[in-house]
Design a binder for this molecule. Structure first.
Ligand code: ADE
Length: 288
């Protein structure tokens, strides 16, 4: 792509976003605490589910100090419906680290952000871009797909390569809007299911649309475990019951795990305890 093409493509994407971008609550703030809450929630949960919970969560824990000082049980309770409950505890540990190590002010360097529990390369960059307005590229599945298709066509490239090329492509002075725009493009246009995009302004520049490269060989689907047969299903069931009941006695636990072996049930309980999601008492369990 020539420099001129690149400039036009970027301009078109930003124009598209101005017209079609979603008005999401975490796009109305630059508060790093609120951005972190949204990003941790969005890691494994869809936008429409996160929308309601985000507001409720921030009402309960409006500041990083409030979250840091909360009872873990209350944080776990409010996480209901989002799944992957461990994220609630990571988020609280991150808040505690910000309070204890950084006097309540979020750090603004990539490496320091990555030391916060639950914050990896992607989330650290999201904080830099969305909270601190820094000129950085980020790489969630939507960004990755966009860079891969537009810049390289169908031959798959490594994340390092994509990041390097993305850095030469993204608009340094509009990084915030660019990064948000690619989220929405990935959601509505350059979707996983539609490998050929429907927007003329993008099609013109997109190497995948032009048929460049060879698509990866079809990888046979792994034999995935049915959700109802997974440990995650039982973990969720147990934590949900605790949210309702506060405390569950061993016989209730037996019923919740009715159809699995005792050994497997014990393993699941051990892991929940190790993750800090439950506390074991004599003949019952409770939220921490
Ligand atoms: N997923 C993660 N961050 C997001 C954002 N800012 N907007 C939409 N989806 C997201």
């Amino acid at each position: 792509m020539t420099l001129e093409d690149r400039r036009n493509m970027v301009r078109s994407v930003l124009r598209w976003y101005r017209k079609n971008g979603r008005d999401l609550p975490w796009r109305r703030t630059r508060d790093p605490y609120k951005i972190l809450v949204s990003e941790i929630m969005l890691q494994q949960t869809q936008v429409h589910r996160v929308m309601q919970k985000y507001t409720e969560f921030l009402k309960a824990f409006p500041t990083v100090e409030k979250l840091a000082a909360a009872k873990p049980a209350d944080v776990i309770r409010i996480w209901k419906g989002l799944g992957y409950n461990r994220r609630a505890l990571y988020l609280q540990s991150a808040a505690q680290m910000v309070v204890d190590r950084h006097a309540g002010t979020f750090p603004s360097e990539l490496q320091t952000l990555k030391q916060l529990p639950g914050v990896g390369e992607y989330t650290a960059r999201a904080l830099l871009s969305f909270a601190f307005g820094e000129s950085v590229v980020m790489m969630d599945t939507n960004h990755r797909r966009f860079y891969q298709r537009v810049l390289f066509g169908r031959t798959p490239r490594s994340d390092e390569k994509l990041l390097r090329m993305a850095e030469q492509t993204f608009p340094k002075r509009s990084a915030y809007h660019w990064n948000q725009a690619l989220m929405d493009l990935g959601q509505f246009v350059c979707t996983e299911r539609s490998p050929v995009c429907k927007l003329p302004f993008l099609e013109k520049y997109c190497r995948a649309c032009a048929g460049v490269g060879r698509p990866p060989k079809k990888i046979p689907r792994k034999n995935t475990v049915r959700f109802r047969d997974s440990d995650r299903y039982y973990r969720g069931r147990i934590v949900d019951a605790l949210r309702e009941e506060g405390k569950i006695i061993d016989s209730t636990l037996e019923r919740l795990c009715g159809d699995i072996s005792v050994v497997r049930k014990e393993k699941i309980i051990d892991k929940l305890e190790k993750d800090g999601l439950i506390k074991r008492l004599k003949a019952s369990i409770v939220l921490p």
